[in-house]
Structures are given as C-alpha cells and as structure tokens.
Design a protein around this ligand. Structure first.
Ligand code: 13P
Length: 273
C-alpha cells in the first residue's frame, strides 16, 4: 500500500565534461524510458540528474527534446549565495529557473572544500526558495564510530543551523517545506568509500529529522556508496514513516547500467505491497 513518492538523484559532481554528461544522460534515459512511462512516473518515482554547471543546459535540453515521456528532470549541484548582479563567476538560483527545478545545497564536498558553514547553507536555501526552486539539503556527520543517538543529535543540530540561517535570510521553515524541500542524509564517512551506512542508521536519522521538524511527511533520502546490489534494501519499510524516500547517488550514477539498475530496484521496492 505504498503511495509515497521515491526520488532518485544522480550527482555527477565534477567528473565529466558536458559532452560526456549528455552522452550519459542519453544512455540513462534510453535505459529508463520504458520503465518510467509504465510506472506512471513522476507520481511514484522521480528521477533527477545533476550534471556539472556546464552540463545543465545541454542535459536539460536533451531530456526535453528526445525523452519527454520519461519525465527525467535536471538538478543543479549548487547555486550561489549572491543574487543576480556583478558577481563574477557566480550562478544565482534565479538563473536556474526553467532549467533545473531542484538545487542541491550544502553537499559535504562544498562544506569541506569551500568552507560552507550553516550560515552559508541557510542563505543559499533562502535564495533557492525565493527563486521558486526545490532545495535538496545535504546533511551528514563525520562520526564513523559514533552511536546512533550521537549521530542523530549531530544531524539535527546541523539541520537547525541551516534552517535558522535560512530564516534570517528570509525563508521560514514553512516556506522551505512549501518549496518542496528534500533532505539527503549523506554521512561523510560513507561517501565514495564503498561502505554505505546501515539502513538502521539512515532510518534513525530520517525519524529524528521528521520529529525535530514536526514533519511526518518530510522526504529524506540516503546517499553514500549506494549501488545496485543494495539499492532495494533502503526501501525495506515502504509503508512505514521510518522509511527512506529515495537515494542520492554519486559514483554509481556515472555508469548508465548501474544507475538504471538502482532506479529499477527502487521502482520495484515502491510497488504497492
Ligand atoms: P558516492 O555514491 O560516490 O558515495 O557519493 C555520494 C554522494 O556524495 C552523492 O551526493
């Protein structure tokens, strides 16, 4: 009796030049077109591809032009804290309108490599929401040895820091939810290591975030070393609110066959029981 929507996002990071991103998008769309159409996507399953900034426009154009029935969308990997204006090199959220309906904000690689604090992440969330786009807020601990309660408390605090900063920048929690906020739990120690977090940890984080935000229906995705072999295990409790709502996939999404297998597994797991 599962009626909840599952979201699968491919984060290609800075791995490929735009020409190769277009080729990969083509292969994925061709591999999924039939399955997504048959499933009645996007009501049950939403698939988004997040190419580099350079690949956004060509990938979005390809999907619209050649695979309109598949319903695959594009997400940006980041957007700027700045508004439109004299800010050399920046990508204001406003300028993504009509290209990417969703924007990843606060990925741990941005936090690590660009010193993005909760304040910056919250400011970006507010910009994304003001542009009418849906934020995908990444949260994650760097506590490989911690117990579940410590981990949940850390992620709740990280979430609160981002929400508080978003509020100061003009977007209330209600506005974030109304914009279609999705949270992705990506523990730093599980990204690119080949060792995902346990389902138990990811579900505890989802429950902890829904509880602290008073949102039973908050969509929470998991990311970190997701692959086809384990993709279905993340949806073990599709009818319970302890369950996860989707996956944010890095390395495996760079291979069309692996990403297509992940989406198919998620689709099967989302079948009504
Ligand atoms: P991997 O799937 O390569 O671990 O990356 C996860 C990630 O960071 C997605 O945003």
């Amino acid at each position: 009796m599962s009626s909840r929507q599952i979201t699968i996002i491919a984060n290609w990071k800075a791995n490929l030049p735009p020409s190769e991103e277009v080729a990969l998008a083509k292969e994925i769309a061709a591999g999924l077109e039939g399955a997504l159409q048959a499933s009645g996507s996007p009501s049950r399953l939403r698939v988004l591809l997040a190419p580099s900034a350079l690949g956004l426009v060509p990938v979005a154009s390809l999907l619209r032009r050649e695979y309109p029935q598949a319903g695959i969308e594009v997400a940006a990997q980041d957007s700027s804290l700045s508004s439109a204006g004299a800010f050399t090199g920046e990508i204001p959220a406003d300028h993504l309108v009509g290209i990417a309906p969703a924007v990843i904000v606060g990925h741990s690689e941005r936090r690590r490599d660009h010193g993005e604090s909760g304040e910056v992440v919250g400011g970006k969330l507010a910009r994304v929401v003001a542009a009418g786009l849906a934020p995908v807020l990444c949260l994650g601990d760097n506590l490989p040895e911690a117990g579940i309660a410590t981990r949940v408390a850390f992620v709740q605090a990280q979430c609160a820091a981002a929400f508080d900063a978003a509020e100061r920048a003009g977007s209330s929690a209600a506005q974030l939810f109304a914009a279609g906020l999705v949270i992705a739990y990506e523990p730093v120690w599980a990204i690119g290591t080949g060792t995902p977090a346990s389902v138990e940890i990811a579900e505890a984080i989802a429950v902890g975030l829904r509880s602290t935000l008073h949102r039973e229906d908050l969509p929470v995705l998991y990311g970190g070393s997701v692959d086809a072999a384990t993709a279905a295990t993340w949806f073990g409790a599709p009818t319970k609110r302890t369950g996860l709502d989707g996956l944010l996939v890095g390395g495996a999404s760079l291979h069309a066959d692996r990403f297509v297998a992940i989406v198919r597994a998620a689709l099967a797991a989302a079948e009504p029981a």
